[in-house]
Design a protein around this ligand. Structure first.
Ligand SMILES: *Cc1c(COP(=O)(O)O)cnc(C)c1O
Length: 381
């Protein structure tokens, strides 16, 4: 279908292509200077003390949790309204994901429910900056630091690169912050991810974990004139290539413009839905500058002629790529097999039945928005 409008899509220009080709014609395809340059650029953008590039957002979460010391027997509190990878990263480390409910207005993790889920085993919380707006980090920070046993805040900011809370950028709000550079995200490397943090110890451990748990990189060995290295712990190959980092660095230059284009699209949707009583946009906290990764509406399904899933199918057949973010993680078969109860987070479960993510990315214009809104309203009773 030619005029298929997906919910998200990358924007690649000639500069991006040139940046990648230049690296492909060079000497180092991986472990070269472009990795460090991209790390430095993202870390400067966010105002964090350092960064570690990895080959996916999932790897970033895995490595950041490891860097924060999460291991077997620990509990990590997170939101059920997220991509499965958030909770999967906890399982990779032998720790237990504990789900705290979300606020119905924002679908962001509710600090009050986080407080109820804290135990002596809580080692970290992973706030998910759902749709692109930062969670309530002040409230989470006070929970993390004032209890009997302090715990880490590892942000899943795969939606919120470029967002802000007050004067602070995402990347400077948590103990460590994880980004994804998958094509639907704010900027892309094809696949890729990054951890930013002020905690040099956490970053060092994550950096080692990215390369098998080995103490010296290829470059360290060259510098030291030594072929000897030691593997200190069980790591992975989570490295990101130089040509992907060159793409990421080139994309980063356009991030602010991408976000303002997304914001324009969001304003158009807002205008259409403001007076529509059966289609509600999510709320934005006053202190937040939103990155608009997703534009999510919540439907009063009683007012529609179709069920939510029929609505998705109908819009698809009109060439509109609606998505649903997300089915609560613990309702997936695998998590059910681990014994998570249905009904665990009632607000998340009722939201999941009523939400739709509408197309938003740089390049979605007024005619697209009108087409989406008109199509959606066709199915109102
Ligand atoms: C995209 C995403 C991830 C995983 O990132 P990948 O780069 O696809 O591994 C994790 N959490 C959230 C909320 C995401 O949107």
């Amino acid at each position: 279908m030619n005029d298929f409008l997906p919910y998200g899509h990358q924007v690649i220009d000639d500069e991006d292509v040139r940046a990648v080709v230049e690296v492909l014609r060079g000497n180092m395809l991986t472990c070269g200077q472009h990795v460090e340059q991209f790390e430095q650029a993202v870390s400067e953008y966010c105002g964090s003390g350092g960064a570690v590039a990895v080959n996916s957002g999932t790897a970033a979460l895995h490595a950041a949790l490891l860097g924060a010391g999460v291991g077997p027997g620990d509990e990590v509190i997170t939101s059920p309204i997220t991509f499965a990878a958030t909770a999967n990263a906890v399982l990779y480390l032998g720790a237990t994901p504990v789900f705290a409910d979300v606020s119905s207005e924002t679908l962001l993790i509710d600090p009050e429910d986080v407080r109820r889920k804290i135990t002596s085993k809580t080692r970290a919380v992973i706030p998910v900056d759902y749709a692109g707006q930062p969670c309530d980090y002040d409230a989470l920070r006070s929970l993390a630091t004032t209890g009997e046993r302090p715990f880490s805040i590892i942000a899943d900011a795969c939606h919120s690169l470029g967002a802000k809370q007050g004067s602070r950028n995402v990347g400077a709000l948590a103990d460590a912050t994880c980004f994804s550079f998958h094509p639907v995200k704010a900027i892309t490397c094809g696949e890729g991810g990054m951890i930013v943090s002020d905690d040099q110890e956490l970053l060092t451990r994550a950096r080692r974990f990215r390369s098998h748990g080995i103490d010296k990189t290829f470059k360290d060995r060259q510098r030291l004139g030594s072929a000897v290295y030691d593997m200190l712990e069980l790591g992975y190959n989570y490295r990101l290539t130089d040509f992907q980092c060159a793409l990421g660095a080139s994309q980063l230059l356009k991030l602010d413009s991408f976000i303002s284009q997304r914001e324009k699209t969001a304003r158009l949707y807002d205008d259409f839905f403001r007076d529509e009583e059966h289609i509600a946009s999510l709320s934005v906290l006053p202190q937040n500058k939103h990155a608009w990764h997703l534009y999510v509406v919540r439907l009063n399904l009683e007012a529609f002629r179709l069920s939510r899933d029929e609505l998705v199918a109908a819009l698809y057949s009109l060439g509109i790529g609606i998505a649903v973010h997300y089915r609560p993680v613990y309702l997936h078969s695998y998590y059910q097999s681990l014994g998570y109860d249905q009904g665990l987070c009632s607000k998340a479960e009722s939201a999941w039945n009523e939400i739709l993510s509408l197309p938003i990315f740089p390049g979605v214009g007024q005619p697209d928005v009108e087409r989406v809104v008109t199509s959606l309203k066709e199915y109102l009773r």
